[in-house]
Design a protein around this ligand. Structure first.
Ligand code: 13P
Ligand code: SF4
Length: 305
């Protein structure tokens, strides 16, 4: 158990009140950051919270595309990040020109993109989706058109198998989730034969094949709570274990691979949260012409789910 810095936490609380701020925290953040969250969740839940909060300032503890999404949904709020260098390498694997070219090659296709994309890429999309709702969004598209699905080739593979739809894909992937290997799951299953295996759909297809459940981070939290099982092997980024253990003190969780750490998710600390509340710097703002187009893709997703 890490010792709490009570003084730092009380300064954060005091300043948060003064600034009328809300602290949104992704499930992969460091335990010390999860501890000061007003709301903790997956990409979809954080977007929803950003859209509905009455707070004036959103302190976004996650990676850059998530803060951008918050800014797209709440343009009248000040969205700040404790560390703006926290990017998502997968989101950076495709830029707007790449998508424009792909669309030009498939002029009749609907362009669907994972929320792990820049605002510029979202502005070129027809629909957005998250790992929670990718299948629902594809099913809602009907079966007439070709579908472009970017940037994650492994999420695309998973949803294509689940929906029976052939997708036009990009070569993006998550460098953290590909570190989880089939042998990791096989080894953990040998040690814990009664454990349920849950993995994130960003994992390699031969890892997904071995899972009992393929879920987003908050879906994993729900599954662990509701399942009668007492042990779980967890195939996602290490940060989720803190929440799983906190929510289920009577259950055991085994990380599939110690290598599954997203360095960008670990850049945010309590000190940086205090600093950003003091200075109100590191604003994440999407220019209006991009924001309006990107918002359409996000709103179409929210209308489906
Ligand atoms: P979730 O939407 O499941 O939280 O996933 C976000 C992400 O970046 C996974 O790597
Ligand atoms: Fe991006 Fe992967 Fe990190 Fe998620 S875990 S933020 S997809 S690099």
């Amino acid at each position: 158990m890490i010792k709490e810095d009570k003084e730092l936490i009380s300064k954060i609380k005091e300043l948060k009140k003064k600034r009328n701020a809300i602290i949104l925290v992704h499930n992969y953040q460091l335990p010390e950051v999860q501890d000061i969250a007003d709301f903790r969740g997956d990409s979809l839940e954080l977007s929803r919270m950003a859209a509905k909060t009455d707070a004036k300032v959103i302190v976004f503890c996650g990676v850059y595309f998530m803060a951008e999404t918050a800014s797209i949904l709440s343009p009248d709020k000040l969205v700040v990040m404790p560390d703006t260098s926290a990017g998502c390498p997968m989101a950076n694997m495709m830029n707007a020109n790449d998508l424009k070219k792909l669309k030009a090659q498939h002029p009749d296709a609907v362009a669907l993109g994972y929320v792990n994309t820049s605002a510029e890429v979202k502005a070129e999309l027809d629909y957005c989706c998250t790992s929670t709702n990718a299948i629902a969004v594809i099913n809602a598209l009907g079966d007439k058109k070709e579908i472009i699905f970017v940037p994650d080739k492994y999420l695309a593979d998973y949803v294509s198998k689940k929906t029976g739809r052939k997708l036009i894909t990009w070569h993006g992937f998550c460098p953290t989730h590909v570190k989880i290997l089939p042998e990791d799951l096989k080894r953990e299953k040998k040690f814990h034969p009664k454990a349920k295996v849950m993995v994130h759909p960003e994992c390699l297809p031969n890892v997904v094949e071995l899972a009992d459940a393929v879920l987003s981070t908050s879906q994993m939290a729900k599954y662990a709570k509701e399942s009668p099982a007492k042990e779980f092997i967890v195939g996602t980024e290490a940060g989720l274990l803190y929440r799983l253990k906190q929510d289920n003190p009577d259950k055991e969780f085994y990380l599939a691979s110690e290598r599954a750490v997203c360095p960008n998710m670990k850049r945010t600390t309590q000190e940086k949260v205090l600093w950003v509340l003091q200075e109100l710097k590191n604003e994440v703002k999407v220019p209006d012409h991009i924001r309006k187009k990107a918002r359409l893709a996000i709103d179409r997703m929210l209308a489906i789910v």
